[in-house]
Design a protein around this ligand. Structure first.
Ligand code: CU
Length: 191
């Protein structure tokens, strides 16, 4: 990592952050592409899948490309995004997110109040049966507060999603290139 010096070393995460091997663009295929198409993600869609996308399958859940746009150096917060597909016939609820990269992680919703986007915690995020919930810039997102270490593009950040029924689902956020827009708004939203 080409990192700013870390004044105090954060306690070691139980699962080490691993750096993804440099990977060139590769074709998406299989379920990710199928789902992406089913969701209507075009190449320039709202959640255009980047060259290196990944997914996690756990039970009837498919977690598609959890990612964190690279935050500015020194940022204390970052936002995480993903698509959560519940392919089962039972609704479930996302009740928590844990990761060693942040002191606190929570799901936020975004609502417009006049022209001001306001975010609020969503402690229970329902994932209806047979549906896919998108966490994407400008909408629902994972707020990572109090980053415990620097992030670098290509890092894979272990995290755990906690569902009411399905229990704990291990994922990895991929650190993607910085995005120009929406996510930067998070940087100014405190607490
Ligand atoms: Cu937020």
């Amino acid at each position: 990592m080409t990192a700013a010096p870390t004044p105090s070393r954060p306690s070691r995460p139980s699962r080490p952050i691993r750096r993804a091997r440099a990977r060139g663009p590769h074709r998406l295929n299989g379920p990710v592409l199928g789902l992406a198409l089913a969701l209507g993600f075009g190449a320039a869609g709202p959640l255009a899948l980047p060259a290196a996308a990944h997914e996690i399958t756990a039970g009837s859940f498919e977690i598609i490309h959890p990612m964190i746009p690279l935050p500015p150096r020194g940022a204390k917060t970052a936002a995480g995004y993903m698509a959560i597909a519940n392919e089962g016939d039972t609704p479930d609820t996302l009740v928590g997110i844990e990761t060693a990269i942040a002191r606190r992680a929570e799901v936020h919703g975004t609502q417009m109040d006049g022209t001001v986007a306001k975010m609020q915690a969503v402690p229970r995020l329902e994932i209806p049966a047979g549906e896919t919930v998108l966490l994407e810039p400008g909408g629902l997102h994972v707020m990572l507060m109090g980053l415990t270490g620097p992030l670098a593009e290509g890092d894979m950040i272990p995290a755990t999603l906690v569902f009411d029924r399905a229990g704990r689902v291990e994922i990895e956020f991929m650190v993607d290139p910085a995005d120009g827009g929406g996510a930067m708004d998070h940087m100014s939203h405190g607490n």
